[in-house]
Design a protein around this ligand. Structure first.
Ligand code: ACO
Length: 330
């Protein structure tokens, strides 16, 4: 169903912490090498938050930049969503901490859990809230301090992730079509291929659970790789079809920044090589922040211009996946 109202992104922002951890640094922690990591993933370095920086701190930096870009004040926000798998605490929501830090006192706030797909899910949720007339202005953030949930003794996962945050401000109106239809899906039967099994109600915190390192992210890398390629390529195709546009109409594709080989495989399947935005080399996989940071960078460096059609796609734990199309109107 097409909702009547156009909803546009009116500002974006992003933030990565100061500390850089290179592949060479990782080779001092676990048995690996710059050559292995770069050839398998495209990553050279990632940013790591300071011990006293929580996810809401990273999110607030990105939010402040997005509000400045949009030219609006925090108290004009009606809705604030933080997509994250690394919240400050189980509760209250990281979004409430961000609200307090940035002064979004008129917004209602909640977190959205869709792992690495969270930013696109949150964008779609906020868009529909605005299109329904329920809210006027929304702030959507993808923010992660992955370094707190990674097993720094597991070379199969610790090389892959980084910390950061990205944000977008949404409002009704704008020239062009704004944020268009999404295609999204999930498959809970494959949850155990990518999860953090300990620390929740299934396997509560205990000395035994921690000794077994169950509170860290676990992943079957090869399986995740295969599903990520298939699902993201399918989601893009479905989203293009839903919006009545063809691949050739899209100026820029922004995929989840998980691995350059996943991105290249999708680009080949879709015939879009040369129109794909990547920054995985600099930041590694920042989960729900990855798409948000890439969108902000693509907007700021002029890769996407007013009137361009942009397609975005994500994949993450759950499994969850999705894609959407938008017309850039800034
Ligand atoms: N350095 C050196 N060797 C390593 C490392 C490392 N960091 N990690 C694993 N190896 C070894 C393994 O032990 C294995 O050795 P063995 O053959 O002696 O057993 C060998 O390298 C091959 O291991 P694989 O895991 O099969 O390597 P693969 O080529 O599949 O690459 C990788 C691993 C990079 C993790 C890949 O599977 C991948 O990128 N998968 C997708 C992961 C991903 O993107 N997840 C997130 C997506 S969703 C989200 O964002 C949450």
């Amino acid at each position: 169903m097409d909702l009547p109202c156009t909803v546009s992104i009116i500002g974006t922002g992003s933030y990565v912490p100061e500390k850089v951890l290179t592949n060479h640094d990782l080779a001092k922690l676990v048995e690996t090498s710059d050559e292995w990591i770069h050839s398998r993933t495209g990553m050279r370095e990632r940013h790591i938050a300071a011990a006293d920086q929580a996810t809401s701190d990273l999110a607030s930096e990105a939010a402040t930049a997005a509000l400045a870009d949009a030219g609006i004040e925090a108290d004009e926000l009606d809705l604030l969503i933080v997509a994250t798998l690394s919240p400050d605490m189980f509760f209250p929501s990281t979004a409430c901490f961000v609200q307090e830090k940035i002064g979004a006192k008129n917004a209602f706030c909640y977190d959205l859990g869709a792992a690495c797909s969270g930013f696109l899910y949150a964008l779609d949720t906020a868009k529909n809230q605005i299109a329904s007339g329920a809210v006027k202005t929304a702030l959507v953030i993808g923010a992660e301090k992955m370094s707190s949930f990674i097993d720094w003794e597991d070379r199969g996962t610790c090389i892959l992730f980084g910390d950061g945050a990205g944000a977008a401000v949404l409002q009704a109106g704008g020239e062009g079509r704004g944020i268009m239809q999404s295609a999204m899906g999930s498959d809970g039967s494959l949850a155990d291929l990518l999860w953090t099994p300990g620390g929740g109600t299934r396997n509560p915190i205990s000395h035994e659970m921690i000794d077994q390192r169950q509170h860290y992210l676990k992943m079957q890398g090869r399986e995740v790789f295969k599903h990520a390629v298939v699902r993201m390529a399918e989601a893009v195709t479905e989203a293009l079809g839903k919006n009545g546009v063809s691949s050739g109409d899209i100026k820029c594709f922004i995929p989840h920044q998980a691995n350059i080989r996943i991105i290249d495989a999708i680009a080949k399947r879709l015939g879009i090589v040369g129109r794909v935005y990547t920054n995985v080399e600099k930041y590694a996989n920042t989960s729900s922040a990855a798409l948000a940071i890439a969108l902000d960078e693509a907007a700021r460096d002029g890769t996407i211009q007013k009137g361009d059609l942009v397609a975005m796609t994500v994949f993450g734990g759950g499994f969850t996946w999705g894609a959407n199309v938008l017309e850039w109107s800034k």
